[in-house]
Design a protein around this ligand. Structure first.
Ligand code: HEC
Length: 159
């Protein structure tokens, strides 16, 4: 009887654990490692969409690479005007002219993270996902901030 009870409880605990782990909207903390786990495992960004006006491989400008792809999650796509919805993530793959992946730069709209500059959490990852720069880098904010009316986004225009 006791054995059955214990087995039952264990089963329930595992079921609850799986349910909470499986919640797709369980957003990560603004942290380089946590965000990488989210975009590579919890909600793999390669399965997301593109902005309708910025699909697939595109030519880019310095300091980013000459070629890039920008993937956007559901919260970003559902944002029809600036500012974007909280939870919005944009993942930019940066490629060399020979299509070699050089870096992955990410913008993540995280509530109360940095209200002064649009609450964006910025990260530059190596192609393997090591955070090289993360947080509120002055460079990222300074340049993207030229379009603060468009909520710091440069590849897609909000009306
Ligand atoms: C000197 C200007 C400049 C700096 C600095 C800069 N960016 Fe960008 N960023 C751009 C431009 C221009 C684009 C548009 C795409 C392109 O030309 O590559 C862009 C696009 C992006 C995008 C795609 C979404 C969007 O905004 O349209 C992400 C994500 C991004 N940058 C992240 C970063 C991160 C993270 C940093 C800092 C580590 C950074 N950027 C620093 C100019 C800059």
């Amino acid at each position: 009887m006791i054995k059955q009870l214990i087995t039952g409880c264990l089963g329930l605990a595992i079921a609850f654990g799986a349910a909470s782990y499986g919640l797709a909207d369980d957003l990560p903390a603004p942290d380089g490692q946590a965000l990488w786990t989210y975009i590579s495992k919890t909600s793999p960004y390669k399965q997301w969409s593109y902005w309708p006006d910025h699909k697939g491989m595109q030519e880019g400008r310095a300091p980013h690479a000459p070629l890039h792809k920008v993937f956007v999650n559901k919260q970003a796509l559902e944002s029809t005007s600036a500012p974007l919805k909280y939870g919005a993530i944009e993942v930019k793959e940066n490629y060399s002219p020979s299509h070699e992946l050089k870096a992955i730069t990410v913008m993540y709209k995280s509530k109360k993270y940095n209200p002064k500059d649009g609450d964006w959490f910025w990260v530059k990852y190596s192609p393997k996902g090591e955070p090289l720069k993360a947080g509120k880098p002055k460079g990222c904010i300074g340049c993207h901030g030229t379009r603060s009316a468009n909520d710091f986004v440069l590849v897609h225009e909000f009306k």
